[in-house]
Ligand binder design. Structure first.
Ligand code: DU
Ligand code: SF4
Length: 230
């Protein structure tokens, strides 16, 4: 199907020299605690339900997380935080994510990242962001017919999502909606209304400091789950 074709296409993309070098360097070097595991070391397409009601949009895969497991938001601390919440509210079949063979499944939901290769320091450049945008938008366009709510993790994912919706013909307001935790914007478009919801990124920077609590995460994801009819 077309999602599979897109996945195959993105998996061999080498458009960003700096990110190609980094994803491969980390995959060859490996973190000591994962020395016995294979690393994916390539671009990462979205994963989960191919016809999701809920989409979760993040920034980019983590060097020893998604870049290792081949699934965005798994096998790293942000993913652990997110999947614990998704499991509590019934959108994942287990609370932990470890490696590619762990049996983890999303229920009615799909995860995608705005940039598909792990960037150094989790910071893609504006050029890398724009170079990868067509991959993000292509996948967004394929899943939007069923998607009713999009949870955007952090401002980067939020802005990428609005840019993607605009390119697909959605009536994104001007000036652009502003990112914030639990802010929500219903946006009309070719496949009906989709509600875009902001969520602070579940990075340790936010979870260690208490800027993002478990209750705050559960509240936003539960709201999105309900909007998606899940
Ligand atoms: O074998 P499959 O059902 O096509 O699943 C492929 C892939 O997607 C696997 O990693 C499980 C995941 N997945 C999911 O998490 N949730 C779904 O509803 C369907 C598939
Ligand atoms: Fe290709 Fe995106 Fe990876 Fe750049 S970040 S190499 S555009 S998949």
């Amino acid at each position: 199907d077309s999602l599979a074709e897109l996945e195959a296409g993105v998996s061999v993309c080498r458009a960003c020299d700096r990110l190609v070098a980094w994803r491969e360097e980390v995959a060859v070097g490996k973190r000591a605690s994962f020395a016995d595991q294979p690393y994916w070391g390539r671009p990462i397409a979205g994963w989960g339900d191919p016809a999701p009601g809920l989409l979760i949009a993040g920034l980019a895969p983590a060097a020893n997380g998604g870049n290792r497991t081949g699934r965005v938001f798994t096998g790293d601390r942000s993913g652990d935080w997110l999947f614990a919440s998704l499991y509590r509210i019934g959108l994942a079949n287990q609370p932990t994510s470890e490696h590619a063979g762990d049996g983890l499944r999303l229920i009615g939901a799909r995860m995608i990242a705005a940039v598909r290769c792990a960037p150094p320091a989790n910071k893609p450049t504006p050029i890398e962001r724009d170079t990868c945008a067509p991959w993000f938008r292509a996948e967004l366009a394929m899943v939007l017919p069923t998607v009713q709510a999009i949870v955007c993790l952090g401002k980067f994912g939020f802005d990428a999502t609005l840019g993607g919706l605009l390119s697909i013909g959605y009536d994104v307001p001007r000036p652009r909606p502003r990112f914030g935790h639990a802010v929500e914007y219903p946006i009309d478009g070719p496949y009906g209304v989709v509600t875009v919801i902001g969520c602070f990124h579940p990075s340790q920077q936010n979870t260690f400091t208490g800027k993002l609590t478990e209750a705050m995460t559960d509240t936003v994801l539960t709201r999105a789950r309900d909007l998606a009819g899940l």
